[in-house]
Design a protein around this ligand. Sequence first.
Ligand code: SF4
Length: 433
Amino acid sequence: MEKTFIFHTLGCKLNFAETSSIGKSLIERGFRRANEADKNPPSLCIINTCSVTDTADHKCRQVIKKYRKMYPETIIIVIGCYAQLQPQEIANQLDVDLIIGANEKFNIDAYLSQKRKDKATILHTETKQIENFKPIVSNDDRTRYFLKVQDGCDYYCSYCTIPFARGKSRSATIEETIQIAKIAAQDGAKEIVLTGVNTGDFGRHTGESFIDLLRSLEKIQEIERYRISSIEPNLLTDEIIQFVANSKKFMPHFHIPLQSGSNDVLKIMKRRYNRELFKQKINTIKQLIPHAFIGVDVIVGTRGETDQFFNDSKIFIENLDISQLHVFTYSERANTKALDISPIIPQKEREFRNEILRKISDKKLTEFYDAQYGRKTTVLWEETKKDIMHGFTDNYVRVCATTDPQKFNTIEQIELGNIIETEPQLALGIKNR
Ligand code: SF4
């Protein structure tokens, strides 16, 4: 009988890149991706999970239950951060067949002959022992490719569970990473997003550096655009900012986690910078690349974030010359140092603070978009099934225009018009078209 599979991916870009890579290896081994026209249920259902918050764990459990109900006979395999952190909880509470940890997930097919048992089989390596790393590239949205250049993290910020799920920081060599990027180039990639858990840490254990990786990537002729998905402020060197400012291929787009604008909270969080350093990075970017888009991550309601610390943080953020905030509400995670910190911020207050920062973010994004009016730039159009097509400019402004299938996955010179759409995200129209 034909062997088919489906995937459900939760969480970050890294998970999506990994799902895509596992999918490719299953296809090489004779599986086919199931589709809506199939009469039979899929042979495999792989759920790639996230465990960044309690809500994420809850969502994973819901998804697993949904698929078990839909496909009682299908082999259900759970991979990802939740599988690495809580394999026993999944095995005890949910009806799945295989729970595969971070070290084993790229060899799923090797475990498929395992006999189905009453209780799930767990294949798991202690996170500390995980050494594996291979760069991978995914292209699920057909326009942008995601290149995983690094995995794991050695920072152990007090609130974060990721080092427990993904292990120590590791990456391949520049040469190996370039080989994988070239596969994307041969596949027609126009834009590659560099992803990792702590991307800027690339090369620390191999004696190479992130900036040298950027320089080597820029030499791949066929790739026209690169973006760095997220980089810790202490690893975003002035040299990297200068490089992006002078590069024709690395887009003027930065995503930098601040997490809090209060130095007291940054200390509690065990972050490796203070707000003065953060501000200096923003100023350098804006000085060298005034039109750069800067997205900033912030967490609200962390243990120890008193009213005074939050207000201090809010004022600092309001005065930062950035384009958008990604606001996360803190949730307690098992085994993290933050659990020993007080005071505990009530859930309602956490949500209230989230709302305050989200409003600041909306204002900043509107102002940033307004300032783009009349700017001549380029857009990479993405494939769409609707009448309106979307794309992003070099500096990550979302643009829309009437669909023209000839333009999918091509880069067009445009002049930006007014904000013409507010849902679900702002977008700009095109002038004189
Ligand atoms: S840098 Fe901190 S927040 Fe980011 S993955 Fe590492 S431990 Fe977590």
